[in-house]
Ligand binder design. Structure first.
Ligand code: SF4
Length: 338
């Protein structure tokens, strides 16, 4: 019989399993505490559930937690990890310390089907979806403290939305990792039906990868634009009843001479003025044999300044982990080449 995994289960999954095994359901929260807060890899480490209960449990359940199989550290302190699933799906996780903030960037798929032009993962292709357990394992099994979680690694969350929603719930639930809802961000190219579900079924922050405010141009770098126009996601953000101050952000990777002109800036301002959507300006990292380069710092800072004086909250993100190619997909691609 195939054993289920505790990681990736929610409270009701475990209560149902325990009831079916004739075990008192009050052990459910204790079991999830050991999985999600203590990150155990063997039930034998649990010391507050009777041995006979653990014996029955281990016949039907495994922890579902596993350590990374490789890592690379950057001189700037960020570390990239490689995980593989039980069926061999490689996926990457990057840990980025920055002051008091310790962000982990997790993958939601092995590879990606979206094929964005500037992305190493897009070139890697798609290997398969990760389960909710495999997504949260990347947070639990890191040998580091984590304060913020972003789903911005390999894969498109909107293309694996059931697992992503379950992972968001596990990350924020008090029986789960109990990360505050404002500490979890899902980044998407804007798969409209999935964005609707994220808004309705989770409380996580959402980032839209925009990269051009013009649909025709955006389609050149993000083919998904043809199916799910970004304007639909922006409308969903705008019309959301945001009393709880959920954070909506637009990510804009700046490519010299491509999307950093005044025309782009004016259109960005037109789209976002009067909304509470923020803008993250990010430097472009060339992928493989690409002749495009990132915009100059002065151009990025001018974009930021112009957006801010138009009342739009904007920031410029520093490059991190360039020496270990923190752009998603590169470690997995290198490992596959080997
Ligand atoms: S940028 Fe994101 S959605 Fe696009 S190919 Fe890369 S991983 Fe997929």
């Amino acid at each position: 019989m195939e054993r289920k995994t505790a990681a990736g289960s929610d409270l009701s999954d475990i209560e149902t399993l325990l009831a079916s095994l004739g075990i008192d359901k009050r052990y459910s929260r204790r079991l999830l505490y050991w999985i999600y807060r203590r990150g155990i890899r063997s039930f034998a480490q649990i010391n507050d559930i009777p041995k006979r209960v653990l014996t029955i449990l281990s016949e039907h359940l495994e922890t579902g937690l596993s350590a990374p199989v490789a890592s690379e550290a950057s001189v700037d302190g960020s570390v990239k990890y490689l995980f593989t699933t039980s069926i061999g799906l490689a996926h990457e996780t990057v840990w980025l310390p920055d002051g008091k903030r310790r962000t982990v960037c997790v993958s939601v798929q092995s590879g990606c089907r979206m094929g964005c032009r500037f992305c190493a993962t897009g070139r890697y292709g798609w290997g398969g979806d990760l389960t909710a357990g495999e997504i949260v394992n990347q947070v639990i099994s890191l040998p580091h403290e984590v304060t913020h979680i972003v789903m911005m690694g390999m894969g498109e969350p909107g293309d694996n939305i059931d697992a992503v929603i379950k992972a968001c719930r596990i990350l924020t639930a008090e029986w789960g990792l109990a990360a505050g809802r404002s500490r979890v961000t899902v980044s998407t190219v804007g798969v409209t039906p999935s964005v609707k579900r994220l808004l309705g079924e989770t409380e996580c922050n959402i980032t839209l990868s925009l990269h051009s405010p013009f649909p025709g141009e955006r389609r050149q770098v993000i083919p998904a634009e043809a199916r799910w126009p970004f304007t639909e996601t922006l409308d969903l953000f705008r019309n959301y009843d945001n009393r709880r101050k959920r954070r909506f952000t637009v990510a804009y990777v700046m490519i010299r001479g491509k999307n950093d002109s005044d025309r782009h800036l004016e259109e960005l301002k037109r789209l976002l003025t009067g909304t509470d959507i923020r803008v993250n300006l990010l430097p472009y990292h060339p992928v493989g044999k690409d002749d495009a380069t990132g915009s100059d710092d002065s151009v990025m800072n001018r974009f930021k300044h112009e957006l801010v004086i138009s009342g739009i909250s904007a920031s410029v993100r520093r490059s991190r982990g360039e020496d270990i190619a923190a752009a998603c997909g590169m470690l997995a691609a290198k490992t596959r080449e080997k």
